[in-house]
Design a protein around this ligand. Structure first.
Ligand SMILES: [Zn+2]
Length: 106
């Protein structure tokens, strides 16, 4: 029976995460962003977003200038990482099943 076969697979397959690794919730299709490491297109709610401040001034020189009371301009750089790149670069860690199910403490 072809219908039975389908049902067998549907019951067999489980979900690793309730959210499927996304922060989409009930909303529909989200926009795509490009991974800044490998260039893969990732859904915006799935990608890991990191914002860091970057200065063009040499850090040692910047420290001296700051000590003299000058303002050093820094610009914000926003990077998106796909899950594989975030894991590879150590930005997120692989968690065990019990750790995944546990609610994060705030
Ligand atoms: Zn990537």
């Amino acid at each position: 029976m072809p219908g039975n076969k389908k049902q067998f697979w549907c019951t067999k397959l489980g979900k690793k995460r309730k959210s499927g690794g996304r922060a989409k919730g009930g909303s529909g299709r989200s926009g795509m962003v490009q991974c800044s490491k490998c260039g893969r297109m990732v859904p915006a709610d799935k990608a890991k977003k990191y914002t860091r401040r970057v200065s063009t001034v040499d850090p040692q020189l910047a420290r001296e200038l700051r000590a003299q009371g000058s303002y050093i301009h820094t610009r914000r750089v926003t990077e998106y990482y796909c899950i594989s790149c975030a894991v590879h670069t150590g930005k997120v860690q692989i968690r065990s099943a019990s750790e995944r199910k546990r609610k994060p403490r705030r």
